[in-house]
Design a binder for this molecule. Structure first.
Ligand code: DGT
Ligand code: MG
Ligand code: MG
Ligand code: MG
Length: 264
């Protein structure tokens, strides 16, 4: 069968750079249609978002090397193909818990696309996360105003879209408040801020503390096997929490240095 082996050469190396941050961005495929088919609540369906988060928690638990995840809408990022397929598997597995009376029916089955992007520094990774959270806020303010005008104000989709064209945040806040008595600040944090997932460690047991300070300061890939195993074990035992808070300011990161240092 030797004469067939040349086909292997078509497999090109696809290396990622060492010592960089890898962001895997997951996005629901055709969720515009899927969310209509299963009648997701507009603009935000708490069940759908909780399901995305639940699937992401399982992916974080399954893959201890992941350090943080951030989600909004049908998107999930910071978690390559293993991650996307694991995410899809859990999403489908958990569906019936969040949509007990809406069984999944082919061909309307959820699937996700994924892409990996390399960021060379923690600062740029943080800027990436900030960009996503700003996007979440802008989209949510627009969607909340649009759907309030349509569902509560009885406007047609076209009229609402027309009126919102060219408006800034303050205009949307005012429409919500003056016409509908809605204070945008009081909307749920999960809708305004999205969801950030990270590991929370118990107070560290000295027995489990990393063996040597010296080795501890090496990049993880340069540490001994036993040291790497220790870290993995700690990560597996950690709780994965889902939070809806500001990740743009320094505070979130300064309070949780282990997220970016990888050192519990
Ligand atoms: P794609 O990603 O190119 O395959 O196409 P879509 O349709 O997934 O488009 P995308 O990802 O830009 O937009 C996400 C869609 O998912 C958007 O139409 C709104 C919908 N969606 C996400 N979360 C919710 C929700 O909580 N409620 C409702 N009603 N729709 C949602
Ligand atoms: Mg997409
Ligand atoms: Mg999508
Ligand atoms: Mg999307």
């Amino acid at each position: 069968m030797r004469r067939f082996e040349y086909v292997k050469d078509f497999e090109q190396p696809d290396v990622l750079l060492p010592n960089t941050w890898i962001v895997v961005r997951i996005d629901g495929r055709g969720f515009h249609k899927l969310s209509d088919h299963y009648a997701f609540v507009k603009p935000n369906d708490r069940r759908a978002l909780d399901l995305m988060n639940a699937a992401a928690v399982e992916v974080m638990k399954d893959l201890p090397d992941l350090c943080i995840a951030y989600g909004v809408s049908d998107e999930y990022r910071k978690l390559v193909t293993t991650i996307v397929s694991t995410f899809t598997a859990y999403y489908i597995h958990l569906w019936s818990i969040y949509f007990p009376s809406t069984p999944l029916q082919p061909p309307n089955l959820p699937s996700f696309d994924g892409r990996a992007v390399i960021y060379p520094s923690s600062r740029i990774l943080r800027d990436y996360m900030s960009w996503r959270q700003v996007d979440c806020h802008i989209n949510n303010l627009y969607n909340t105003t649009f759907w309030t005008m349509v569902l509560q104000g009885g406007m047609s989709n076209t009229d609402a879209e027309q009126e919102l064209k060219g408006t800034v945040s303050a205009d949307k806040n005012e429409i919500l408040f003056k016409r509908f008595g809605i204070n945008y600040n009081n909307e749920e944090e999960i809708y305004k801020k999205g969801s950030v997932l990270y590991r929370q460690y118990e107070l560290q047991d000295p027995k489990e503390a990393p063996a040597s300070q010296e080795e501890d300061s090496l990049p993880e890939a340069k540490q001994s096997r036993s040291q790497q195993d220790k870290l993995k074990k700690l990560r597996r035992k950690a709780q994965v929490v889902v939070d809806h808070i500001d990740i743009i300011k320094d505070d979130f990161w300064e309070r949780r240095p282990w997220i970016l240092s990888g050192k519990p």
